[in-house]
Design a protein around this ligand. Structure first.
Ligand SMILES: Nc1ncnc2c1ncn2[C@@H]1O[C@H](COP(=O)(O)OP(=O)(O)O)[C@@H](O)[C@H]1O
Ligand SMILES: [Mg+2]
Length: 206
């Protein structure tokens, strides 16, 4: 049976992930591909509960290690319950954030280290790796301004400020240096320009 492709979108808050994620899903629809869309953390009953805990600003006493474990718990659930079965039956999966987020946020920005996050990422995903990952790279100030125009309240991680987002951005770029799967996209352009670049990369695997 045809193997579904697994595509993930990464980058700091406000870089434009959801915007491109929606464009790619429309593109998949138009081209008649069988696919599902999921988001992390969440995407399952258990995962959405964990998401609430993670994003709730009341939980500001959460330790970095507890945060890491919660992300991995949600990831284990969505991988086993949703992503793996879909890929096995030939359905493509588009995912808004996956384990590179943990490498950048918890491993790099929180300082837990890539050895720990790599190990836990592998355990939580049972070795499921995206075929291609789009890292939308954007200046943190620009991302901050974009987020403000979106008009939603900040969540617990967004409220950490731009110096934290700078570290996350650097963490993502470190990940991209180590792995060809991750395509670094300049996210400062228009949504159309970014989407064209994404489509060029996608043509390599579709
Ligand atoms: N290329 C772009 N140029 C300008 N604004 C953008 C661009 N892409 C997205 N936006 C806007 O920026 C805000 C954040 O985009 P979004 O896709 O929600 O980012 P993310 O999911 O990464 O947090 C939204 O209001 C969106 O409409
Ligand atoms: Mg988003």
């Amino acid at each position: 049976m045809a193997k579904g492709v697994f595509i993930t979108f990464e980058g700091i808050d406000g870089c434009g992930k959801s915007t491109q994620f929606m464009r790619v899903s429309e593109y998949f629809k138009e081209t008649g591909r069988k696919f599902i869309v999921v988001r992390e953390p969440g995407g399952t009953t258990v995962g959405e509960k964990i998401r609430e805990i993670l994003l709730d600003k009341k939980n500001d006493s959460m330790t970095s290690l507890a945060e890491l474990m919660l992300y991995e718990a949600a990831r284990a659930q969505i991988t086993e319950e949703v992503i793996k079965p879909a890929l096995e039956e030939g359905t493509s999966v588009l995912c808004d954030r996956f384990f590179d987020s943990t490498s950048a946020y918890q491993g790099y920005a929180r300082g837990l280290g890539s050895e720990l996050t790599d190990t836990l990422n592998k355990i939580a995903t049972a070795g499921v790796v995206p075929d291609m990952t789009f890292l939308l790279d954007l200046d943190t100030e620009v991302a901050y301004k974009r987020r403000n125009t979106r008009g939603e309240a900040e969540d617990r991680l967004e409220a950490l400020g731009n110096s934290f987002q700078d570290k996350v951005r650097a963490g993502y770029l470190e990940c991209a240096k180590k792995d060809d799967r991750i395509k670094v996209i300049d996210a400062s352009g228009t949504p159309d320009e970014i989407f064209e670049e994404i489509k060029r990369w996608l043509s390599e695997i579709l």
